[in-house]
Design a binder for this molecule. Structure first.
Ligand code: T4K
Length: 393
């Protein structure tokens, strides 16, 4: 029982209604929003100061709080993760036209950030299980023109960071992580942002921690701070000097206010999602042909998404049939990520480099389905999902 409306007077889980009825559509994501009454004093302060953007006091406060929360030396706020990705790639002065190896199993923004930098995306296959970049496929994709690897901790599942660290160390290749889904994830207690040369988080409304729109570039080096600052703010050094080809990547004060308040709520939201994860595992664990999210025992999950992979030959129904059956009962799952990047017009001409005859990404894109995953997924919704998944074909 996760949504407040489903708690009985003792705060204990209430029994679901039978048959379960969904009054309000259950969406894949729902923004975590602070209490309006807590926001108003912060808004009053902004109105009083009349300083609404360009690194205001709330912005600075949030940036420091996030560096601390994420355990990282350099943490720079952005207006969204896409601009953060574009700026992070620019940080390393990668040779124009050089190749950046990435995964096709991601949101379009990952590949677009490479292209916006005048770099060439090269797509490599993903691993069954974690659905993250396959290091062996990456090795196969490396050429003399490779300048970086852009891995994605997709769904909050961590990439094989050790393998990529080895690859990066053995050649002059930057390792950058799109950590849009991995806010607060750790491995053996090490914050995810400690891996690689840079990590980019998304604070979009659909993310565990959100500032409505927003993002963050984190690096393990203090020395990157100044350059990222320039990249975020048009390259302006002072009133008379512009020293970098920067962009406008600034977060405003209202977003920072939401961030400061949401940071207090994240732990509770995460705990509720962890309970939902366990409920899903309970109701789906015994189904033949259903692959649950990869287990990474040493990882503290970011609780961003709950992807399942449906093998229709064993399960008896396809992913699309399940998607439609849930939709008919007002439960809106999402086919993240279908289509994959190599299905999109700008990248359609590119092949996925794989160690297999048919890239795994091509198979799994037809089978993956993300279930609604936030604290307002009620026990009634869980019951609907249970019924749909257990129904006879
Ligand atoms: N890298 C990766 C791996 C990413 O997944 C993303 C973004 C990025 C980079 C880039 O990050 P940002 O530049 O956005 O910071 C959504 C998000 O817009 C996008 O941020 C996210 N990934 C992607 C996976 O999901 P859509 O097109 O699926 O969003 P939409 O509008 O269909 O909303 C999804 C669900 O959330 C709907 O059921 C409605 C619900 N929703 C949405 C919004 C905006 C709400 O309940 N309230 C809301 O305000 O992309």
């Amino acid at each position: 029982m996760l949504g407040e409306q489903n708690l009985d007077h003792d705060g204990a889980p209430a029994e679901p209604r039978h048959p379960p009825v969904i009054d309000k559509p259950v969406l894949i994501a729902e923004p975590l929003l602070p209490d309006l009454k807590d926001l108003i004093p912060l808004l009053e302060g902004i109105w009083e100061r009349k300083y609404v953007t360009n690194h205001g006091p709330l912005h600075e406060q949030l940036e420091a709080a996030l560096a601390d929360h994420l355990g990282v030396k350099t943490a720079m706020l952005f207006n969204n993760a896409t601009i953060g990705l574009i700026a992070a790639l620019k940080l390393f002065d990668l040779p124009p036209g050089s190749e950046v190896i990435t995964t096709p199993m991601t949101f379009a923004a990952t590949a677009h950030a490479i292209s916006w930098n005048g770099l060439t995306p090269v797509f490599a296959d993903i691993l069954p299980g974690t659905m993250t970049l396959d290091p062996a496929a990456v090795e196969k994709a490396i050429t003399s023109r490779t300048s970086a690897i852009l891995g994605v901790h997709v769904y909050g599942t961590l990439c094989d960071v050790d393998a990529f660290a080895r690859i990066g160390a053995s050649r002059d290749i930057r390792i950058i992580y799109d950590a849009a889904h991995a806010f607060g994830a750790t491995r053996s207690g090490v914050p995810v942002s400690q891996f690689g040369d840079a990590s980019i988080f998304s604070f979009h409304a659909t993310k565990l921690f959100n500032t409505l729109e927003g993002g963050l570039v984190a690096t393990p080096r203090e020395s990157d701070r100044k350059k990222i600052y320039y990249l975020r703010n048009f390259g302006i050094k002072n009133e008379e000097e512009v020293v970098e080809i920067g962009i406008n990547g600034k977060m405003n004060e209202v977003q920072a206010a939401i961030g400061l308040l949401n940071l207090r709520l994240v732990a509770a939201e995460k705990a509720k999602r962890r309970r939902l994860r366990n409920r899903y595992i309970e109701i789906l664990g015994d189904l033949d042909g259903i692959q649950l999210p990869a287990e990474q025992p040493e990882v503290e999950n970011s609780e961003q998404y709950f992807p399942i992979v449906i093998d229709e030959t064993r399960f008896g129904r396809t992913r699309d049939q399940i998607y439609d059956a849930l939709k008919a009962r007002k439960v809106f799952s999402r086919k993240y990520f279908y289509p994959i990047c190599t299905d999109f017009e700008p990248y359609r001409h590119l092949k996925i480099v794989s160690t297999r005859a048919i890239p795994y990404a091509e198979e799994v894109k037809m089978r993956v389905l993300c279930l609604p995953f936030h604290s307002n997924v009620s026990e009634d919704a869980v019951s609907v999902i249970h019924d749909v998944m257990h129904a006879r074909p």
